[in-house]
Design a protein around this ligand. Sequence first.
Ligand code: ARG
Length: 717
Amino acid sequence: MKKIAILIAGFMLAFAPVRADEGMWLPMFVKRLNYADMQKKGLELTAEEIYSVNNSSLKDAIVRLGRGFCTGEMISDQGLMLTNHHCGFGVIQQHSSEEHNYLDNGFWAMKKSDELKAGFSVSFLVRMEDVTEAINSQLNEEMSFEERTKTIKMISDSLEKETKGDSDYDVNVKSFFNGNQFFLFVYETYPDVRLVGAPPSSIGKYGGDTDNWMWPRHTGDFTLFRVYADKDNKPAEYSEDNVPYKPKHHLPISLKGVEEGDFSMIFGYPGSTDRFLTSAGIKYELETRQPTYVKLRRQVLDIYEDEMAKSEATRIAYASKHASISNYWKYFKGQSAGLKRLKVYDKKKAQEDAFQAWVDKDADRKELYSGVLEGFETAYSELKEVNRLRIYLNEAIFRIEAIAYSRQFSNLKSLLEAEEKDQAKIDQEIERLKGGLDDHYKDYSKAIDQRVFAAMIEAYHKDIDAGTQPSKVKEMISKFKGDYNKMAASVYDKTLFADKKVTADFLNSPKAKSIDKDPIYTIMKEVLNHYYQEVRPMIGTKEEGLARSERLFVKGWLEMNKDKSIAPDANSTMRVTYGQVGDYVPRDAVKYDYITTAQGILEKEDPNNHEFVVPEKLKTLIQDKDYGQYADKDGNLVVNFITNNDITGGNSGSPMINGKGELIGTAFDGNWEAMSGDIAFETELQRTIGVDIRYTLFIIDKFAGAKHLVDEMTIVK
Ligand code: ARG
């Protein structure tokens, strides 16, 4: 799959300067699969310095944020952690109000006691293990899908239990190559993480949605946190007695900067890629999935933007929700455009023809693999409608915040309805819901939600097959004769779940009947019940057919390409990608440099566009070229740079490391010309965009005056 894509792209752009390197490699195999190639490209470390179970190695400086929403790296011996601004955005937003507007003004803890609770944990990888044999030896092709799934689960559970023993490690087994290989991961998770420093959004998100997913870029997309531990350096829940965590390894920081062709590797937790997607899958993506995401998200974003412009409080409350919806709105838009422009469907078809020819050459192969490709066609066409419904459930129905919120009251309702009431449990549940009131309503706008309700219920009702909509909801809708605003006004007037005081009053003397007849709760319950009781059973085992086709296709593909190294799709496990710094040719007659400088920040400045406002102090520093030790040899300040590393969502915040193992930047984005890269890697076009570490340090030191943080780090000049 990889080779053909490279060949085709190679013919199209014969003179490309650097060739991008596909592959998010498993660190434990680097020595065997990649080490020689890495050395050739400029790596000076030993394989053990990259990944070792017994001695401290690079992997010990890398953390997974939460369950893998982003990556971070240790940059001091006091648990200081660097990640992206957009990874810390939710935390910065939660701590922001009109009085303390850290989104607009930034946040800097000048001493440790000023640091703020982050609310997510970080995990260090202790080790990983190949358990493919243990699992595959118990599986065979005659097994039903259910049997296979059960067996995998049973062995995984027992491996996890055995490995965990009485340690407090998190252990889990993950499937690779669509169910063909299995690995076990052991993590140590630290729950006490605190916010240390964040630049204002006008630096951390400079260029906003306009520049998002684009190069050339001028964004200081970084945030600093600190990991805390108990006195024995072990994981501990938040406590004032905790002390900064002492990592086994922290990354030294290079002030030397990058040049064309320099080695660069990135460690991190890429979330998911779909590199083995077939042509039938591309068709489904282009015709059904992606346009639906783009359409629904755009509608919601328009409402958010309209209301955010009207009120400062709403702008702060919805900043994070807006950013996350918008990020993947633009992603899917770009991915569709890229798939078409780069003719990915045709490339996949050619690969499948080669696969079929390989299958047809051998009787055993024919027995195992014939029909696999047709299986995709059938599965996608059978699943199309129900998949569309699922997208509408997530992207339309559950985008309505009152609906998502009302689901939290299901448990209280059951407790209240029980034959034998357990008052202690009821009280406990009421307390839990009361405890969540502030958090939920702090960032909630009834005005926005009511408009989102009107728009999303209309989209759902009009776009989805009537047979997949519950009749009770259809009746509710038909009462308003197509006037969705009127319906929304009536629903939001009655519901318990769109106003803090109303919800709080209800919780003071809750009745099951009030929940039961609530219009929001009714829609939520009807839609979910209908899906699980009527729609799901209709598709029966069709999804299993798709999973089987995927597993067999990938199995065959690996067999057919057994003399090549092929990396598994991303699945939120630790990976290494390596390559080089380098420019690219986005289109005919245009060449993009591999670095941007602070001068470009001023070129893009537009005081009338909130995405391109430059803080006064930054402007002065740039005009005076007051860059201190962070300037390059010509006295300029490099802001962002690009490499041909292979990353995806989840890698955000990952360290970009030079051949000596020193930190040179923080990865934060991909480029517009290769947005289809998660499905088909684009050798000539695909780039990783990172913040030059010198820009990060310049902002911390010169802009924010937080030099004490730089003093904590290990700086290499
Ligand atoms: N595209 C980046 C990513 O997914 C996120 C960038 C956030 N910036 C923004 N303007 N929304 O990693």
